[in-house]
Design a protein around this ligand. Structure first.
Ligand code: ZN
Length: 438
């Protein structure tokens, strides 16, 4: 007997560009997928619980491969500023004044409420008080990677890069047996972490076989600064120090030359593409087509809500596809399947979790979402995969299971309380509004 049987008009398992299963069934036992296929091929088993979704598409949960969940509380702050003044004049001063454990807990819960409602089952996070993010995710039943932040300057969580590292190393023990949480090193960027600490991070990451997650070459100013300070581009710094490898998740990579692309490809490093954030902050457009052509694994992330301003991975995926047609990314445009791949398996692979999630396959974690196709915005539907990229909005997601647990049921969150969260968020809004206007 299986724990759960799901039935739907379609399943898009993300196992191949032409793989669309009609009259689909998926079964789940002990949090893992046991069967994916046509309902008529389902072995004769009984289920403790059956959900017949009708006109829905079942697909793997989306992977939001880069963000700062707690920054939902800064959504819309200084929307018109460019990256440097946005950070230095608005975000960093407000963070310095307000960010504490309670800010991070509420902000993360608000982020997860938005992500679950729009089909994300796994998110990567880089922010202060990462233990609050991890604990909030465990309580909500959501999967996360916490890339604990390392930076040379004093922050609210730690006073120096060394203290960041010692606090961060404790997290590996704390979450060792927690299947929903993966710990990673999160050096903020090459311009905020010196060579000595980057080397230390590499040594620890190798010892622990842990991923490294870093913002890189987000805009032209960052490259100029690195050229002045180190006489090389940031990706060259990572290469010189030995950080460029398959465990490395490089975020943004908005400004790339051919050598950078070759270095990323040879190292087997992943790139996390954050199209909305890059456009909003005027940073540029990453050369995703060229990266894909060179064989680089690409994932998609929303970045924090303050620079997006939403955490809807369907919107992000569509934006990535449209940008690939703009001519600014080099190469030829991306197919719908390749784009959706970046938002699912590409993300899982970047995080080193491809074996466990990112597609609907027997043996993988039951991280599954259901998208309603019986709404006007999804009607008619000639090609489900194309529809998922070009027509689907996050609000069409009705149900989400993570490790077989139903975290969204017919549009209602089962592990978070939106009304209470809104009240808490409005409390922070009042405090921040008073401070930012001074
Ligand atoms: Zn970021």
């Amino acid at each position: 007997m299986v724990d759960l049987l799901l039935k739907a008009a379609f399943a898009v398992p993300m196992t191949g560009a032409d793989d669309v299963i009609e009259d689909a069934a998926v079964t789940v036992r002990d949090g893992r997928i046991e069967f994916v296929g046509r309902a008529c091929d389902l072995p004769d088993t009984s289920a403790a619980s059956t959900v017949d979704l009708g006109h829905h598409i079942l697909m793997p949960g989306l992977v939001n491969a880069h963000g700062h969940a707690a920054m939902t509380l800064l959504r819309g702050l200084a929307d018109d500023a460019d990256l440097q003044s946005w950070l230095r004049e608005h975000i960093w001063p407000i963070e310095g004044q307000f960010v504490d454990a309670s800010f991070v807990r509420t902000g993360t819960q608000l982020a997860m409420a938005e992500m679950l409602r729009t089909g994300t089952t796994l998110f990567s996070d880089m922010y202060f008080f990462p233990e609050e993010t991890a604990d909030a995710a465990i309580a909500a039943g959501m999967r996360c990677q916490i890339a604990f932040p390392v930076a040379d300057f004093a922050g609210r969580w730690a006073a120096s890069a060394s203290e960041c590292l010692s606090r961060g190393l404790d997290l590996f023990d704390r979450y060792r047996d927690e299947a929903l949480v993966q710990v990673a090193f999160g050096p903020h960027a090459v311009y905020t972490v010196d060579d000595a600490h980057l080397k230390k991070i590499l040594t620890y990451a190798n010892e622990l076989d842990a991923p490294i997650h870093i913002h890189i070459q987000e805009n032209a100013a960052e490259i100029d600064e690195c050229l002045k300070a180190r006489g090389e581009r940031p990706i060259a710094t990572l290469k010189r120090l030995g950080l460029l490898g398959p465990n490395l998740q490089t975020v943004h990579a908005t400004i790339l030359n051919d050598q950078d692309i070759q270095d990323l490809a040879e190292a087997g490093a992943s790139v996390v593409h954050c199209p909305h954030s890059n456009l909003k902050l005027g940073s540029g457009i990453a050369r995703i087509n060229d990266l894909k052509a060179a064989g680089v694994n690409v994932a998609i992330g929303t970045d924090g809500a303050a620079s997006n301003n939403a955490l809807d991975m369907f919107a992000e995926t569509r934006q990535a596809n449209l940008l690939s047609r703009s001519g600014a990314e080099g190469g030829s445009s991306m197919s719908a399947f390749d784009t959706l791949h970046m938002a699912t398996l590409g993300g899982a692979r970047a995080l080193g979790l491809e074996e466990f999630t990112g597609s609907l396959e027997a043996g993988k974690w039951a991280d599954i979402i259901a998208v309603d196709t019986a709404v006007p915005g999804m009607t008619p539907m000639f090609d489900p995969i194309s529809q998922l990229v070009h027509s689907t909005a996050g609000r069409f997601v009705t149900d989400v299971w993570i490790a077989g647990r139903r975290c969204l049921r017919a549009g209602q969150l089962t592990t978070l309380h939106p009304g209470k969260l809104r009240e808490e968020a409005l409390h922070w809004q009042a405090l921040i509004k008073g401070a930012d206007s001074h």
